[in-house]
Design a protein around this ligand. Structure first.
Ligand code: FAD
Length: 484
C-alpha cells in the first residue's frame, strides 16, 4: 500500500531538528507519529478500489492511479474531479490538515499545464517542469511550499547586508547547479515532505538578482536543515482528539550551502520573471482553489461543533445563540457560493486549461481570514465556561467517583461521557496549542491579509465600476448632459 511506502520513504537521510536533537527516524518520533498515521490512511485511499475514484484518476498510458491534484482540467467534469479529491481529504481531516500536499502539487500541475505560456520566461522551463511533474505524479511525492523570507527586520530590505545574507540567495553556480544559502519560513509539513517548492516573494531590484529564484529542493539535500517548531501532538486521544492526529508541523528551513541541480532550478536571476510566474493565473487558480475547498470543510466542522455544544447544554433555543449559529451557516454558504461560482465561471487559459475564476477564490481566501476567528469566537460564546468544566481525564468515569461523574457532568439529553468528550474535542480546537496555531494559520496562510486585499484592489479592472459613476455625473441636476 502506498501509505506504508510513503512513511518508509522518509528514511532518506534528511536533517530534521526538534528540541535540540536531530531526529533519526521521523516516522517513529512522537511529534509525527499520529499525523503520519493519518496521512498514511489518506494515501491508502488511492489503492482502495472502492474509494480511489474519490481522490484519484487513472493516468493515461501508465499503470498508475495518481492523486487528482495532478489532473490538468480541460472540462468542468475534470475540474469537479479535482474539487472532489480536495473535499474528500479535507472531510476526512475536518479541514484541519491544510498542507496534505494537494496545494503544492496543484502549483506544480499549474506550472506544467501552463508550460507553453511560461516558456517565454525561460526556454528550459517547459522541459524541466514536464519531467518533474511526471516524477511527482508517478512517485506520489509529498510536496510543500516555503515562499516567505525569515522575519528578521521587516523595515529593512536587501540593501541591508544583514538581511541580504540571511534571505535565500545563490552563492555559487557550478556545472551541476546552483549553491544556495539563507533561510525560508514557514514550511508546513516540512519534516515529512519529499520536496520543497521554493520561491521568492519580494519585488527585487536588478542588483539583487541572486535572491530571485524558483526552485524545487529535495528534503534530503545535504546542507538543508529542517528546524521544527514545538510539537503540539498529544497522544492522549480522549483529551486531545485533534492534536493526536492532525498536528501538521511547521518548520523553518536553513540552507547551509545547498546544491540545487539545474533540472530543479526552474527560474533564477531575474526577479521580474519570478514575479510573473507567481502571478500566473492558471497556477494560482488551480492551487488556491484547493484552499477554498479545504476551508469549507473546516467551517462545517466548527459549525457542527457549535451546534452540538449548544444542544448538549440546552442552549440551542436561546435567540442570541440561534443568531450566532445562523451566522455560522451564513459563513459556510458564502464560502461555498464563492467556490461554486469560481468553478462555474472557470474559463479556459490560452492552452485550454479550465481555470477557476480567481477573483472569487481570492475573495473567499480573504473572507476566511476574518470568518475563522469569528467562528471560533462564536464557539466560545456558545459553550462559555463549559469548556473548562471538564475533568482532567476520562478515567474518573471508571473510578470511585464514577456515579458522581455521571450525575454532575450530564448534559441536556446527552450522557455525561459524551458531553465531556464533546467539550474536550471543542477545547482542542479553541484552547489547545494546536487550536491557537490554527487561528494563526487561517489568518496568515494565504499571505498577509492586509496586503492580500490591497492586491485584490490593485489588480482589479476598476473602470468597470468607476465608469458608470463618471457617466452618471455627466448628467447635471437639470437633466442636461455635462461636458466630459
Ligand atoms: C501556521 C502558519 C503556517 C504557514 N505555512 C506556510 C507554508 O507552508 N508555506 C509558506 O510559504 N508560508 C507559510 N506560512 C507563512 C505565511 O505565508 C506568512 O506568515 C504570511 O505571508 C505573512 O508573512 P509574515 O508572517 O512574514 O508576516 P510579516 O510580513 O512579517 O508581517 C508582520 C506584520 O507586519 C505587517 N507588515 C509587514 N510588512 C509590511 C508592509 N510592507 N506593508 C504593510 N504591512 C506590513 C503585516 O501586515 C503584519 O501585520 C505560514 C504561516 C503560518 C502562520
Amino acid at each position: 500500500m502506498r501509505g506504508s511506502r510513503f512513511v518508509d520513504s522518509l528514511d532518506d537521510g534528511r536533517t530534521v531538528w526538534h528540541e535540540g536533537k536531530q531526529i533519526s527516524r521521523v516516522a517513529e518520533h512522537p511529534a509525527f507519529k499520529g499525523t503520519l498515521s493519518t496521512i498514511k490512511l489518506l494515501f491508502d485511499m488511492l489503492d482502495d478500489p472502492q474509494r480511489r475514484d474519490l481522490v484519484g484518476y487513472a493516468v493515461p498510458e501508465r499503470e498508475h492511479y495518481a492523486h487528482s491534484a495532478f489532473l490538468v482540467p480541460y472540462t468542468h467534469q475534470e475540474l469537479a474531479k479535482r474539487s472532489l479529491a480536495f473535499s474528500t481529504w479535507s472531510a476526512e481531516t475536518f479541514g484541519m490538515m491544510s498542507r496534505l500536499s494537494d496545494y503544492a502539487r496543484s502549483i506544480v500541475t499549474g506550472w506544467y499545464a501552463a508550460r507553453g505560456e511560461l516558456s517565454a520566461l525561460d526556454p528550459h522551463f517547459a522541459s524541466k517542469i514536464a519531467a518533474y511533474y511526471e516524477e511527482a505524479r508517478d512517485r506520489d511525492l509529498f510536496l510543500t511550499t516555503a515562499i516567505i523570507d525569515p522575519q528578521i527586520d521587516r523595515s529593512s530590505g536587501l540593501d541591508d547586508p544583514r538581511i541580504a545574507e540571511r534571505f535565500l540567495h545563490v552563492v555559487k553556480e557550478t556545472t551541476e547547479g546552483i549553491v544556495v544559502r539563507g533561510a525560508k519560513m514557514i514550511a508546513t509539513g516540512a519534516p515529512y515532505a519529499h520536496d520543497f517548492v521554493i520561491s521568492s516573494f519580494l519585488q527585487f531590484q536588478d542588483n539583487h538578482r541572486d535572491h530571485a529564484h524558483v526552485l524545487i529542493v529535495p528534503a534530503n539535500s545535504p546542507g538543508l536543515h529542517i528546524v521544527c517548531r514545538e510539537s503540539f501532538a498529544d497522544d492522549r486521544r480522549q483529551n486531545h482528539p485533534l492534536s493526536a492526529k492532525y498536528d501538521e508541523m511547521d518548520a523553518v528551513l536553513f540552507f547551509d550551502d545547498v546544491l540545487v541541480p539545474w533540472e530543479r532550478v526552474l527560474l533564477h536571476g531575474d526577479s521580474s520573471k519570478v514575479l510573473a510566474l507567481r502571478a500566473n493565473k492558471t497556477v494560482n487558480g488551480l492551487a488556491f482553489h484547493q484552499n477554498v475547498v479545504r476551508f469549507v470543510a473546516k467551517l462545517e466542522f466548527v459549525t457542527g461543533l457549535a451546534f452540538a455544544v449548544a444542544e448538549a447544554i440546552g442552549a440551542a433555543g436561546f435567540l442570541h445563540i440561534q443568531e450566532k449559529l445562523g451566522e455560522l451557516l451564513t459563513q459556510i454558504d458564502v464560502i461555498k457560493a464563492l467556490m461554486f461560482a469560481a468553478e462555474a465561471k472557470a474559463v479556459p487559459d490560452p492552452s485550454g486549461v479550465l481555470v477557476p475564476e480567481l477573483s472569487y477564490i481570492e475573495s473567499a481566501r480573504s473572507l476566511g481570514t476574518k470568518y475563522y476567528p469569528r467562528a471560533i469566537e462564536i464557539l466560545q460564546q456558545v459553550g462559555a465556561g463549559g469548556f473548562v468544566q471538564t475533568p482532567s481525564g476520562v478515567e474518573d468515569f471508571y473510578g470511585p467517583i464514577s456515579g458522581l461523574m455521571h450525575r454532575y457532568f450530564e448534559g441536556a439529553g446527552v450522557s455525561a461521557e459524551k458531553k465531556v468528550g464533546l467539550f474536550k474535542l471543542a477545547w482542542d480546537l479553541i484552547g489547545s496549542p494546536l487550536g491557537a496555531r490554527h487561528l494563526l494559520y487561517e489568518r496568515f496562510y494565504a499571505g498577509d491579509p492586509v496586503r492580500g486585499l490591497a492586491n485584490h484592489y490593485n489588480r482589479y479592472d476598476k473602470t468597470s465600476l468607476t465608469e458608470p459613476i463618471w457617466k452618471l455625473l455627466k448628467t447635471n441636476s437639470r437633466g442636461e448632459t455635462a461636458p466630459a
